[in-house]
Design a protein around this ligand. Sequence first.
Ligand code: C2E
Ligand code: MG
Ligand code: MG
Length: 717
Amino acid sequence: MSKTSTSSPVPDTSSATNVADLEAKLRSLEQEIVGVYEHAPFGSHTLDADGTFLAVNKRELAWIGSSSEALIGKKKFLDCLSEKSRSRFQAVYSEAFANGSIENMELVLLGKEGEERPIALSSVGVKDTAGNVIKHRAVIFDTTQNRQHELQQRIASVAFESLSGMCVTDSQGAIIRVNNAFVRVTGYGPQEVIGKTPLMLISGQHEKARYQAIQASVLAHGVWHGEVASRRRDGQLHTVWLSINKVMGEDGATTHYIGSFVDITAMKSAEAAALHCAAHDALTQLPNRRSLEELTAKAAARARLSGCGGAMMLIDLDHFKLINDTRGHDVGDKVLIETVHRLRGVLSRADSLARLGGDEFVVLLEELSGTPREAEAQARRVGEEILAVLSEDYVFDHFTCRSSGSIGLDMFSDAANYADLLKHVDLALYQSKYGGRNTLRFFFANMQNVVSDRITLEEDLRQGLVRHEFILHYQPQVNHVGGIVGAEALVRWLHPERGLICPGEFMAVAEETGLILPLGQWVLETACAQLKRWEGDARTGQLELSVNVSAYQFRQPDFVASVKQVVAASDINPARLRLELTESMVFNVDNTIEKMNALREVGVMFVLDDFGTGYSSLSSLTRLPLSQIKIDQSFVRNIGIQPTDSVIIQTIIAMADALDMDVVAEGVETEQQFAFLHRNGCNLFQGYLYSRPVPADAFDAFMNRAGRLADVSCWQS
Ligand code: C2E
Ligand code: MG
Ligand code: MG
């Protein structure tokens, strides 16, 4: 740099020295400045008008990743900028170069590998002595950290306005800031809450104590999460999931608390609804099988504590499947709902009612007497009331359904748990179903064995039918002089292990399981085949044969058709076939008279078996097409013992006479009984006095020999 003085026309050596000094000073000053810039913690460079580097300090060289040799005079500054920055810088530089300065221009400087560095560039023109800008000196600050800070700030403010309600308090717990979600969830505007404590949002006294505990926890651990009940501005309660964090300054002192929360009310009610669904039956809204265990445990615990008695009752609707199948499931559902109403009507407040599924309900009776015997009587009374309400007609708009219930009952005991109780009532229910339905049974200790035996018997029966283990025995019926006029066919089971089994041991199971249908069909076919054989022989051609028919068989809609079919197929004289029905059957089965008449038309005869045991009115007999009635053996047995029974026998005989029906006395075992019966007008007899039931060949052999039961003893052996 040189400078010529024009201030004096006379050269002044002393002033020349001064200028040289001054210039030297200036140079050293400039070097000092350059030195300062050179090692400054910021970037610095000097550019000419077209961006050529005239000088560049170490920091900037390091940022650019180059050396002063590579840059000075050769490399243009523009190349060191990102594309966007380049065009922006270019756009302002020429203008700024000539007329002024650039202030804090945000640009992106590229490193050697193209890495970007945000910078803020300020530059100012350096003029020559003529006052022309000859270069620009710039300082550059790395703004990476500023940018990151800004970004953090932006993120923080976006986060603050998230879906979660946010509330910031000072170290004393006074609210200083809330976000929009806070306003939305709580209903409070910022101005209503700022300066107050979040305690204003608590739902009640209980929650107040809880909040204080929460505060203590935050103080101790710096953080707390959990579910709390909160009250909105409009008073509505809602549940929120709350997180509280303590914010500490560098010195470790608490500066703020940040509370963030999400309204989980909807989620909670959905959860509660799901829980209700899982624990309740959709149709009746009663607790379901899953809840029953807990209900039972609670009821049993209450009983233990109070010393009261309790009981579990398993109720099953009889023949509900039939309603479902014949009337449809809609009606089935209505019956179930109506059943629940009826059960509720009988039960007391303390009792619980649950639906196990299908048509099975469980009742837990509580607050019964502490004396077992009384508690049992109370439970029985409730059970009987339930049976009564369940056997009332179910009346719907256009029709009426009939049902009844069967109940299995077990009393709470200290030892019995839920699984035991359920097993016990199930066994007891099985027993009451087995006992003819519409009844209740208490569990007893040996019940399991009884039921197991029955189940084994059922399986055996099935096998027995498949393996043809059944046979018919024939018991003669005689007239007053001992002449055989007919027989009764009685089924026997020739069991491979147990030997000969009489019907009393298996008939009930056969009825209960429906196995009586194939068995009854076989009996009828076999009896008709026997009758046919007898028809072909002069000595047996006049015999009549009685066949027992069970209620279940008689109730079948195709009963008439199937009897007709067997009669036709066996080609017998139907007038020699007698079907034995019992009183309870004929008065409890729909269309009894039609069915009987239909078979009477083809010649089949009917006998009323076990007469006198069913309490049916004598006059009702007149309506039935019967040819014979059989005096039940219980009356015959009491001849000479129970005078009233003798009177009954006399009445039955007189009535049958009036109705022009034959009377058969069954179970005749003694001459005395025979004499009484004969004296009173009975003309047919059946019993051990004449013969036990015997196989067909034994019966035939005797008929071939004698045809008359003159020698009673030969039959007894
Ligand atoms: P029921 O029809 O009243 O048959 C008479 C029962 O009394 C028979 O018992 C017979 O063996 C028995 N009995 C006959 N005379 C005397 C006597 O003098 N003293 C005593 N104490 N008993 C006598 P069983 O064969 O054990 O049959 C019992 C019941 O089983 C029958 O009573 C009948 O209701 C039923 N039953 C038998 N066979 C069949 C069948 O093929 N089908 C159906 N559905 N039921 C049958
Ligand atoms: Mg009979
Ligand atoms: Mg009988």
